[in-house]
Ligand binder design. Structure first.
Ligand code: PLP
Length: 416
C-alpha cells in the first residue's frame, strides 16, 4: 500500500490526471531529476522567455538601436507589464507600474505615503517582517529622525500599536517564513480607523494567493517579480497606488522618466499622471521584457485554479510529512488552516540547514531560513502531485537515515 492510501488521500496519479492546469508545466523548463520547491524564491524559467530576450537583444537592441524606443514598446513596458499583473492583485488596468527592486519600490511608496500624513510620525510594522522592509524603514528614519518605528513582536497584534500619531501600517501580506496570510481588509480598516494608511508587501502573494487591493481599501502595495511571477533573477518589482492617492501623491525618487513630459527636458519636475510618476529612471528593458513574456502564461490560467491547486498541494505535503516523519524532529510552523496559509510550508528542524543541503543533493530543492526552518515553496503552475509525494518521501528518508549528518552538509554557503 502506498503512502497516500494509508493516509486515505487520493492518489497523486489521479490528481495529476484531473488537474485542470497540468498542461501549463510544458511551458516551463524544469531540469530532469529536480523537484523544484523554490518557486517562491526564484521561479522556474518559462520556455518562451529565452527566445524573447534573445529577440530583444538581437533585433530590438542590436539592429533597432535607439530607434527601438519608438518602434517597439520599450517606453510603455512598465505599464504594460503592470497591466498583466493587475488582475492577480485586484487592481485595474493603469494602476500598476513595474521597475526596480522591491526594496526600492517600498522606499518610494513609504516615503510618498508619509507626505500624505503630515504631523504624524509613527510607522507600525512587525519585527518578523522581511528584513529588507525593516531596513528600508530604518533608512527613512535616518533621513527623518522624528519618525518612530514600532515593531510588533512575534505573535503580537500590530493593530495594538496603532494610535492617532500613526501615519502608516507597513506589513507583508504572506509571511516569508511561516506562510501565514494576514487579513488585508481587517488590518487596513484598523489603520484607517486611526487615520493611518496601509502599505502592503505582496512579495509572497502575487501569483499564488488572490489579492483584492481595491476591494480591501489598501492604500499602497509593492511586490516581487522573480518569485511566483517567474520573471527571472532580479526581475523588477511592481507598485500599486490606490487611485484616490495616485494623482495627489509625489514620491521622493522623482526622476525624469516619471516626468509628465520627459523629453521636454525642463529643469522643473512635473509628475506624470497617476501611477507613471512612480517611475524613476530608465526602465530595465531586458528584465522587463523577460517578465512581460513570463506573464503571458496568465493568459491561459486563472488565479483561482492556482490557489485551489496550491491548497491541495500544501495540505498534501503537510499530511505526508507529518505521517512519515513522526518522531524525527520536524515541527510544522505554517498554519494548519489552509485559508490562512500561503504558497509555502515551513517545518522547523534542529539541523534544518544540513537537512536541506542533503535534500538538495538528492534534487529536492527547497530553502533554509534561519534559524532552523526548512521552507518548501509550491508553484502550482509547474508542480505535479507526484512530486509532492516524492519530496515528502525524500525528506523522511533523509531524516530516518540521518544522511544529513555529514560534514559536507553543514558548511554554510553564501546564499541559503
Ligand atoms: C523577496 C522579498 C523581497 C525582495 O526584495 P528585492 O528588493 O526585490 O530583492 C521584499 N520583500 C519581501 C517580503 C520578500 O519576500
Amino acid at each position: 500500500m502506498g503512502e497516500s492510501e494509508s493516509l486515505s488521500l487520493p492518489s497523486a496519479e489521479v490528481l495529476d490526471r484531473d488537474d485542470p492546469i497540468a498542461h501549463i508545466r510544458q511551458e516551463f523548463e524544469i531540469p530532469n531529476g529536480v523537484i523544484y520547491l523554490d518557486g517562491n524564491s526564484l521561479g522556474a524559467l518559462p520556455r518562451s522567455v529565452a527566445q524573447r530576450v534573445h529577440r530583444v537583444i538581437e533585433d530590438e537592441w542590436g539592429r533597432g538601436l535607439i530607434r527601438s524606443w519608438n518602434s517597439t514598446d520599450w517606453y510603455e513596458l512598465p505599464s504594460r507589464v503592470g497591466d498583466r499583473i493587475a488582475p492577480l492583485i485586484g487592481a485595474r488596468p493603469g494602476e500598476v507600474v513595474v521597475g526596480d527592486s522591491t526594496s526600492i519600490s517600498l522606499f518610494r511608496v513609504v516615503a510618498a505615503a508619509l507626505t500624505l500624513r503630515p504631523g504624524r510620525n509613527v510607522i507600525v510594522t512587525e519585527r518578523s517582517n522581511f528584513p529588507t522592509d525593516l531596513y528600508i524603514l530604518e533608512g527613512i528614519k535616518r533621513m527623518q529622525p522624528e519618525i518612530e518605528i514600532r515593531q510588533a513582536a512575534e505573535g503580537e497584534d500590530p493593530t495594538h500599536l496603532l494610535d492617532e500619531q500613526t501615519a502608516l501600517l507597513v506589513l507583508t501580506h504572506v509571511d516569508y517564513r511561516t506562510g501565514h496570510i494576514r487579513d488585508m481588509e481587517a488590518l487596513t480598516q484598523a489603520a484607517h480607523r486611526v487615520g493611518a494608511l496601509a502599505i502592503w508587501d505582496l512579495s509572497h502573494s502575487t501569483g499564488i494567493v488572490p489579492v483584492s487591493l481595491n476591494d480591501s481599501g489598501a492604500d499602497f502595495a509593492v511586490g516581487c517579480g522573480y518569485k511566483y511571477l517567474n520573471g527571472g533573477p532580479g526581475a523588477p518589482s511592481h507598485t500599486w497606488v490606490a487611485p484616490k492617492h495616485a494623482d495627489r501623491v509625489e514620491q521622493p525618487l522623482a526622476g525624469w522618466l516619471g516626468h509628465r513630459d520627459p523629453f521636454a527636458f525642463t529643469p522643473e519636475y512635473v509628475p506624470a499622471p497617476r501611477i507613471r510618476r512612480f517611475i524613476t529612471g530608465t526602465q530595465q528593458v531586458l528584465s522587463l521584457s523577460a517578465l512581460d513574456e513570463a506573464m503571458k502564461v496568465w493568459e491561459h490560467v486563472e488565479i483561482a485554479h492556482v490557489r485551489a491547486k496550491s491548497i491541495a498541494q500544501t495540505s498534501r505535503f503537510i499530511a505526508m510529512v507529518e505521517a512519515q516523519c513522526a518522531g524525527l524532529g520536524v515541527t510544522l510552523v505554517s498554519p494548519r488552516d489552509p485559508d490562512v496559509r500561503g504558497g509555502h510550508v515551513s517545518f522547523a528542524h534542529e539541523h534544518g540547514y544540513a537537512v536541506m543541503q542533503a535534500l538538495i543533493e538528492r534534487g529536492v530543492i527547497g530553502d533554509f531560513r534561519a534559524p532552523n526552518l526548512l521552507r518548501f515553496g509550491f508553484s502550482p503552475l509547474y508542480l505535479r502531485f507526484e512530486e509532492i509525494d516524492q519530496a515528502a518521501a525524500a525528506l523522511a528518508d533523509v531524516l530516518r537515515t540521518r544522511s544529513w549528518d555529514a560534514p559536507r552538509f553543514t558548511e554554510r554557503r553564501r546564499v541559503t
